[in-house]
Design a protein around this ligand. Structure first.
Ligand SMILES: [Zn+2]
Length: 446
């Protein structure tokens, strides 16, 4: 349970005051008795950036957060939920309505004069999201509720380099914008997932093993200059983890998404937050040494990596050596679905090898849920059974007794949903909202 700092407002006091009290709370807001008076305590999570004495406009973001997380509310309900006066709430709502993010909706009529109901308008702006794998990409236009409005999926070969891939992605984004009936000025941000180690602070790829020409390339600038908005870049497995968790496991705090595509990678969520590590390389488990890989050369330049044995490209090569028609990972999927016994046997072996690496991850991270995604995971049973077999044999009971190992459930859209959340976490961050509102207020005052 997170530690919270307590802010209290008392009686007519307009601003909350920091008590210096620290405690452990699971409620955002509660009333407490202090020196015979009832005071309202508001818990501020440490992840909320900024000073403990928030600026006046921080309450704008409080209202927006309530409307986003809890749905439409009347002015009176917002006053009760925030502890603010109705007049203050009205003023804050007017500021939010001016941004276009909040609007009045039609209230349900229950007789008598209906109160105005305010709602977060998720469609007021849009996000362009891309989940780019080694040979395949999913691109989408999404709204501020991370709902997919339009999407495209198809072949894109990252090995062609950024000079080919980025203009192609921009072209598809433009076509998606047109099909969704939206304009460039509606784009609030761009989120891009790429299949290599991304230095998150700069959005640049660092020595990606399968991406010639991308090392140090400024992906952020390429999209920001075209769409005149902020761009965020992350490793694809991180975005898959964020998207799958947001869609299906929102209350699971310790979570892993393992992508078994051409290569292998993982996105790790601990304590409800994505774990990127010092430079953004956390979760890159494809290059962990695995005895089953028997010193096979890996595309990273090393030998004996798990990916060189259990990655989709390695499986395709191994099946081709047996004379089967397998050139790329999707051929492995087709053979398995056709019931080819050599393929299902090999995929199960791959699952066991991945499970042995995951057993080490489980010892370190103690996740509650591990989701298996990516092309090879679409095969289903042979892979998951192999993973479970190794994990339950190797992991200690305390870590594995409640552990669930399940296939991905978001039908290929988890990466673009994760990329959208990456953008939303930044543009709807309380500080960003307050800044946008105060800039709008000062612009209209001039
Ligand atoms: Zn490797």
């Amino acid at each position: 349970m997170p530690k919270w700092a307590l802010l209290v407002g008392c009686g007519q006091l307009d601003e909350p005051r920091r008590t210096g009290i620290r405690g452990t709370y699971d409620d955002r807001k509660r009333n407490i008795r202090h020196n015979g008076a009832t005071i309202t305590a508001k818990a501020i999570h440490p992840s909320q950036k900024g000073s403990l004495m928030p600026p006046r406009s921080s309450r704008v973001s409080d209202i927006l957060t309530i409307l986003r997380e809890e749905g439409p509310r009347t002015r009176s309900e917002l006053a009760a939920l925030t502890g603010q006066a109705r007049s203050t709430v009205s003023h804050r709502l007017a500021e939010l309505v001016a941004t276009g993010m909040v609007g009045e909706t039609t209230p349900a009529t229950t007789g008598g004069r209906p109160s105005a109901v305010y709602a977060f308008l998720g469609q007021s702006q849009i996000v362009l999201a891309a989940d780019i794998g080694a040979q395949h990409a999913v691109l989408a236009v999404t709204n501020l509720k991370a709902e997919v409005i339009a999407h495209w999926s198809g072949p894109i070969n990252v090995a062609d380099g950024p000079a080919v891939v980025i203009p192609a992605v921009i072209k598809h984004f433009e076509a998606l914008l047109a099909s969704a009936g939206r304009a460039t000025h509606d784009v609030a941000g761009v989120g891009i997932g790429l299949p290599g180690p991304v230095e998150f602070a700069t959005g640049r790829l660092i020595s990606p093993p399968i991406m010639p020409g991308w090392d140090g390339f400024d992906v952020v600038e390429a999209f920001s200059s075209r769409f005149s908005c902020p761009t965020f870049v992350d490793n694809d497995a991180n975005l898959l983890a964020i998207g799958e968790r947001a869609s299906h496991w929102p209350h699971v705090e310790n979570f892993m998404y393992v992508k078994v595509g051409a290569g292998i990678g993982a996105g790790i969520i601990t304590g409800g937050r994505i774990c990127r590590g010092a430079q953004g390389a956390a979760g890159d488990i494809g290059h962990v040494y695995a005895p089953m890989a028997e010193n096979r050369p890996c595309r990273c330049g090393n030998r004996g990596c798990i990916e060189a044995f259990a990655g989709g490209q390695a499986l395709a090569s191994a099946l081709a050596e047996q004379g089967l028609p397998a050139r790329v990972p999707t051929d492995v999927v087709d053979l398995a679905r056709a019931g080819n016994l050599e393929t299902t046997h090999l995929v199960r072996e791959a699952g066991r090898a991945i499970g042995s690496v995951l057993a080490a991850c489980i010892a370190l991270l103690n996740p509650e849920v591990i989701v298996l995604g990516g092309e090879i995971a679409e095969i289903g049973d042979p892979l998951i059974a192999g993973v479970r077999e190794s994990v339950y044999r190797r992991a200690l009971p305390l870590a594995s007794q409640h552990l669930r190992i399940v296939p991905a459930a978001t039908a290929g859209l988890e990466g673009v949903i994760g990329a959208t959340h990456l953008v939303l976490d930044s543009i709807l961050d309380p500080e960003a909202v307050n800044q946008a509102v105060s800039m709008g207020a000062s612009a209209s005052a001039q």
